[in-house]
Design a protein around this ligand. Structure first.
Ligand code: FAD
Length: 487
């Protein structure tokens, strides 16, 4: 790879994706993701991060002056204090707002993985005498100096969920090492839902769960260029974009989307210098837990911004409909305020109550606060939409098209009859169209993502039950019941 050493611009980023990567869309191989009518929209969304970091207005938000590497992407700033995590929250929150409420994952998830890899490989080296930590640091140097775009493939296809990796009928249901040579390892398997892999320079691969000794070939972590031989990325059909290409009034689908792929690793070679775990089965669990803490902190940060959009939309619709002083509408809106502010509050608390990893000095967001926020985001998203639709009324589904407003024949009638308590009918229609796009062409994505992305509901329940420190609460109950004399 050509050494770039510095913050890339959009042109440099886009040209780096013309690398013969193997991508499929609706049964066809994609020659160039930057020119494909649908996938190029996801690439464009990712490229916003490269544009904004050169914009004088946003440079302060997106660029960090690192003592070792100079100006680097703020996403790659290694968090060493609560303030660093608060900055990270602002960075993710604001870039999501700049993406019209759509998260921009392109450097966020990769940095989440890198921080977790630094912590866990250091532990491995100290306890097992391995030499992974230095390799992660070398890889990190390559990432920051070349300002790379990263995707993370953690979630395996998993086959029969009731079985461990080595118990599966087909051994490839979890990605695993099939051969070790002097030069490196060969891996086989498939990961799912890999966000923005088509727009990334590199894929970081992590184990998805804790492993037993019998699963040791599945305890594997590494990083490879997205165009590595044997890597095949099959994109989901992107309904949001396809709908927007037919309907110019759908703005998000033409500007701000992310893609997901089934990511197949067909006998893929990984050189040793890029292997960060290869069989150390008892560290797969800690890595599979540490990465999600960072990634769920990222989740509550971007979901707070997404909720901000839903809140703004609800309030505007209430005002345009002339019902913003009605008591049940107030309750709807306060529900959305609570949703957004609880997410923001848990992110801020998770940053303030972070824990320092003693081996590396890197801070980890508070696991309880992070998972409480994540669980709330999972469980209350659909209710939030319910409250928003209650405010909006039926035009959320039945609003005529902008083309009808623009055609003088029917347009003059629509202008007359679809006006509300304030503004013009077309302004009001624009707000309904945004809501319609959100709940229709993006509906399945957001409903599913809000429940499963960054881990299922149960994953956070397990983490909270396991990690909560109950001692003080139990002591209080013993004291209050008279079983203990002093607190
Ligand atoms: C939009 C989107 C983007 C994503 N982006 C990424 C990404 O970039 N990278 C990445 O690696 N992953 C990504 N994910 C994956 C995400 O983390 C997973 O969807 C999530 O962990 C759930 O896994 P699953 O989809 O395989 O569902 P499943 O694991 O099949 O879960 C379905 C249900 O079964 C339950 N279940 C599963 N196994 C068991 C068991 N053994 N015992 C009891 N209950 C069980 C779950 O709790 C859940 O209720 C993304 C997901 C979405 C939806």
């Amino acid at each position: 790879m050509v050494r770039i050493l510095g913050l890339r611009n959009v042109k440099g980023y886009l040209s780096s994706l013309k690398d013969k990567r193997e991508v499929y869309y609706r049964g066809e191989m994609v020659d160039n993701v930057t020119e494909h009518p649908v996938l190029s929209i996801a690439v464009r969304h990712a490229s916003d991060i490269y544009r904004l970091q050169h914009d004088p207005k946003y440079k302060g938000l997106l660029v960090y002056d690192d003592p070792k590497y100079g100006a680097i992407s703020g996403f790659y700033r290694i968090p060493r204090s609560a303030d660093d995590l608060l900055n990270r929250f602002e960075l993710i929150y604001e870039t999501t707002r700049l993406g019209r409420g759509m998260f921009n994952i392109i450097k966020a998830i990769g940095s989440d993985a890198l921080f977790a890899l630094m912590i866990i490989t250091k532990q491995m080296d100290l306890m097992l005498g391995t030499n992974y930590y230095g390799k992660v640091l070398d890889y990190y140097k390559n990432v920051v100096e070349n300002d790379l775009a990263l995707a993370v493939a953690q979630t395996d296809v998993k086959g029969d969920r009731s079985k461990r990796p080595h118990e599966q009928e087909d051994p490839d249901m979890y990605l695993h090492i099939v051969e070790k040579t002097k030069e490196g390892i060969y891996v086989q398997g498939a990961k799912v839902h890999t966000t923005q892999s088509i727009a990334a320079n590199e894929l970081i691969v992590l184990p998805t769960r804790a492993m037993t000794e019998k699963d040791k070939d599945y305890a594997v972590a590494f990083a490879i260029p997205a165009n590595t031989k044997g890597v095949k990325m099959v994109s989901r059909p992107m309904k949001g974009v396809e709908a927007a290409l037919k309907d110019p009034s759908f703005i998000m689908g033409r500007m701000n989307v992310e893609s997901e792929t089934v990511t197949i690793f067909d006998n893929v070679f990984v050189p040793w210098e890029r292997v960060f775990m290869s069989g150390e089965w008892n560290f797969a669990g800690p890595l599979a837990i540490t990465f999600p803490v960072y990634h769920r902190f990222t989740a509550i940060s971007y979901r707070a911004a997404m909720a901000d959009l839903l809140l703004g939309l609800a309030k505007l619709l209430a005002e345009y409909n002339g019902v913003d002083d009605k008591s049940h509408i107030r309750r709807d809106i306060v529900y959305i305020i609570r949703y957004k502010e609880m997410l923001r509050a848990t992110a801020i608390a998770a940053a303030h109550e972070c824990q320092v990893d003693k081996n590396t000095g890197i801070v980890v967001p508070n696991i309880i606060m992070t998972n409480i926020g994540k669980l709330l985001a999972n469980e209350e998203y659909t209710s939030t939409i319910k409250h928003l639709v209650d405010v909006a009324g039926g035009l959320a589904a039945t609003i005529p098209s902008i083309q009808d407003f623009e055609n003088p024949n029917e347009g003059k009638h629509l202008e007359k009859y679809l006006v509300g308590a304030r503004g013009s009918a077309i302004e009001r229609a624009r707000l309904f169209i945004l809501l319609k796009e959100w709940i229709s062409s993006f509906g399945s994505l957001f409903t599913t993502a809000m429940m499963h992305a960054e881990g299922s509901i149960e994953a956070s329940v397990i983490e909270l039950y396991r990690s909560y420190r109950y001692e003080k609460s139990k002591e209080l109950a013993l004291y209050a019941s008279g079983l203990k004399e002093e607190l």
